[in-house]
Design a protein around this ligand. Structure first.
Ligand SMILES: [Zn+2]
Length: 714
């Protein structure tokens, strides 16, 4: 995420396709003169005195945020005012650099704040978040729709600049233009109004959806209906029912996605159908939780915004600074994945139907049956039982002997645990990272365990952004939601959790190896369709033989995982890929179509619009619905992924293609590691990223390796 606005929107969203990555706006070191007594002792008023400016979590209190925000917002506006009032001719230093360095206190406070609101929040922080969301968004408009500021940027002679100076200037110019700074004043007023309404609608959508999800929970009377769930799951359902005011009953809460994890185990087909329908129809009941009026208005307003900003559609406006560049390029990728995805899903459906028929089920597979029978197919076909695997994945062994070991082998970096730096929760662990030449490189925090005040999913966050200008080294945190073991018990995680750890560490590497002068174009501050590339490619290391045999050790016997089990994990890798590809690609296709409308007459009521799109693009398997149904597609209506959901698939193409290059050139060698670091991980957004990819592999990204990884082609 590149700017404060999208960060704000994203931070309130539990994304469940791939992880989210939350990087934040730039820091700067403009001089501060906060003599206000209300600010005395406020740790955000100056740089942290700790190593690499790691946050002083032992001093930071909830009451420090509000005064720091208020002061920081004013300070930044004063700095902007100063830039536009400078009498001398606009040059890089007095304009671009001055903007880059503005808002030091604000950014410092925001960085810590957004980390806490997602990983360790409380009612005070939640209230502050609501209060300041529109204020932070308006601050962005005050900067990027400021005509006098924009005119100064335009007056700078680009040809006189080179390297990062030129790239940073171009970056800001594009940001101004995307915001609408070059519009006539009357249109700018319209854009501001549209932005305001869109911000309000997104909040309304999220609030309604939260209620819809809560109220949509399935309540069951009889424990028999829960057959197949574990004793713990049944106990939780009973406790949740009490909390919701239904003592003696059982409550199954809804997850964000169409499919519900419990469907995999529920033996009672009628219960499965009820749970699935509770999920699917949650936000279209014609009551107060119905989101359709809001999202239909959002789609129309976004189209108008695209038109105001001189584009045919919202998607065309949104994609101009992304790797894909145009909606056509994104749709082209989706179409190439859709066909083999649906074909594979059709085969999977036939296998499931066969199993149902063998068991004399006497019905046709429906979406609520899919995971229940797919799990049986998986066990029969691959003989893989999760309980056999877990004892080999102890969390700290996976981290130190797996994730760190792979990074040492490929990149030459090393790690040392630190116990002396303050943390925001006792479960957080800290490491210092050393570069290939032995020099200290960064501080890295990990927050492994789930808490009821932590957002779902897993993510990476920069606590201090790398910048040579500001003399800042990276300080990074990875947050997970692993089950915390009982006191004295080992923390054993699933293979999915293992790949998540490698994934988030891939984002961390992207932050660690950042080598830029300016924060705005440093590290993970890249387009959305690039940012999941470094993380997804790092997942491949989890199954590299040399790595796996180093970390997959039985927690009691320390014996390595038997080869037969390793082979099963590998073989099961392509299982159910038809389903998971089709549900993702159909959701991305819906998103792109909602935002590619060029004329208001093309809009139809939400459910009809969705049906038309799914039919038009061949997503007609009724047992394979999209991962998100339009009324609860929070990524696009409540989050920053509008016309952007395709980014997960785009990044996936890049990572399979690049991994293909690596395996064809010797695999896990230091030489390949250095090369990947040089061309991909260290460049941030300081170069053209399509070119960076070509520099690494020698050619444009190729889709075939991804199709092969998914098992669609040989
Ligand atoms: Zn990610």
């Amino acid at each position: 995420m590149k700017n404060i606005t999208s960060l704000l929107l994203i931070s309130s969203l539990a994304i469940s396709s791939g992880c989210t990555i939350m990087t934040k706006a730039q820091n700067s070191n403009a001089k501060v003169s906060g003599n206000d007594p209300a600010l005395a002792g406020n740790p955000f008023m100056q740089k942290s005195s700790l190593q690499y400016q790691v946050p002083e979590f032992d001093k930071i209190k909830d009451e420090h945020f509000k005064p720091a925000f208020d002061y920081g917002l004013k300070q930044q506006l004063a700095e902007i005012n100063h830039i536009v009032n400078v009498r001398s001719v606009p040059i890089f230093e007095n304009t671009v650099l001055a903007l880059e360095k503005s808002g030091e206190v604000l950014k410092r406070a925001q960085t810590v704040f957004f980390n806490l609101t997602s990983s360790n929040t409380n009612p005070t922080l939640q209230k502050l978040e609501e209060e300041y969301a529109p204020i932070f968004a308006a601050q962005e408009d005050k900067i990027f729709l400021n005509d006098r500021l924009y005119q100064r940027f335009k007056a700078i002679n680009l040809n006189s600049l080179k390297g990062e100076d030129r790239r940073l200037t171009e970056y800001y110019l594009q940001k101004f233009e995307i915001a609408g700074a070059n519009l006539p004043e009357a249109d700018k007023v319209k854009v501001k109004k549209v932005n305001e309404e869109l911000a309000t609608l997104a909040t309304q959508f999220s609030n309604k959806l939260l209620e819809a999800r809560k109220n949509g929970a399935l309540i069951l009377d009889d424990v028999k209906e829960l057959e197949g769930l574990s004793a713990d799951e049944i106990a939780a359902a009973s406790a949740d029912a009490v909390k919701a005011g239904h003592p003696g009953k059982f409550l199954l809460a809804l997850q964000n996605t169409t499919q519900q994890p419990l469907l995999q185990n529920l033996k009672n087909r009628a219960t499965r159908e009820k749970l699935f329908k509770a999920s699917w129809y949650r936000a279209e009941k014609g009551n107060a939780d119905d989101t359709r009026t809001i999202l239909e208005r959002q789609a129309k307003l976004r189209m108008e915004k695209g038109h105001l900003l001189g584009k045919k559609s919202f998607a065309e406006w949104k994609l101009q600074d992304q790797m894909a560049k145009t909606p056509e390029n994104a749709m082209n990728l989706l179409a190439q994945l859709a066909k083999p995805g649906v074909e594979a899903a059709t085969k999977e459906r036939d296998e499931i139907q066969q199993l149902i028929d063998q068991q004399k089920g006497g019905f046709t597979v429906e979406p609520w049956d899919w995971n229940f029978y797919a799990e049986q197919v998986r066990k029969a076909k691959y003989d893989l039982d999760e309980n056999q695997i877990k004892p080999y994945f102890e969390v700290k062994t996976v981290l130190e002997r797996g994730v760190f070991f792979a990074a040492e082998k490929f990149y030459g970096i090393t790690f040392k645990e630190r116990k002396d730096l303050p943390v925001y929760h006792p479960d957080v662990v800290t490491y210092e990272v050393f570069d290939r030449d032995g020099k200290s490189l960064a501080i890295y925090y990990l927050d492994f365990y789930t808490r009821n005040n932590k957002s779902g999913g897993a993510w990476m966050n920069n606590l201090v952004d790398q910048s040579h200008l500001l003399n800042q080294k990276p300080v990074i945190v990875n947050v997970f939601n692993y089950q915390k073991p009982a006191e004295g018990k080992p923390s054993l995680i699933s293979y999915d959790d293992v790949t998540t750890m490698f994934h988030e560490f891939g984002h961390t590497l992207h932050g660690l190896f950042a080598d830029q002068k300016y924060v705005s174009i440093s590290g993970t501050n890249t387009p959305r369709d690039f940012v999941e590339f470094p993380s997804q490619i790092n997942e491949f290391f989890a199954l590299e033989p040399a790595v796996l045999k180093n970390y997959a050790l039985h927690y009691q016997t320390k014996e390595p995982m038997p080869q037969s089990l390793v082979d099963k994990i590998k073989k099961a890798g392509t299982f159910n890929q038809g389903y998971s590809t089709t549900e993702l690609v159909s959701a991305a296709t819906l998103d792109m179509n909602w935002h590619s409308v060029t004329d208001a007459s093309q809009f139809r009521p939400a459910l009809d619009f969705e049906k038309d799109v799914l039919n038009k693009y061949g997503f007609t398997l009724s047992a394979v619905p999209p991962r998100y149904h339009t009324p609860y597609f929070a990524h696009i209506w409540g989050g920053g992924y509008s016309a952007g959901y395709y980014a997960y698939m785009w990044s996936d193409m890049l990572n399979s293609s690049a991994w293909d290059y690596i395996t064809k050139h010797g695999g896990m060698t230091r030489e390949n590691g250095d090369r990947f670091r040089k061309y991909i991980l260290s460049v941030g957004n300081s170069v053209d990223l399509n070119q960076a990819f070509k520099d690494f592999t020698g050619s444009a990204p190729d889709l075939k390796p991804l199709l092969r990884d998914k098992g669609f082609i040989k």
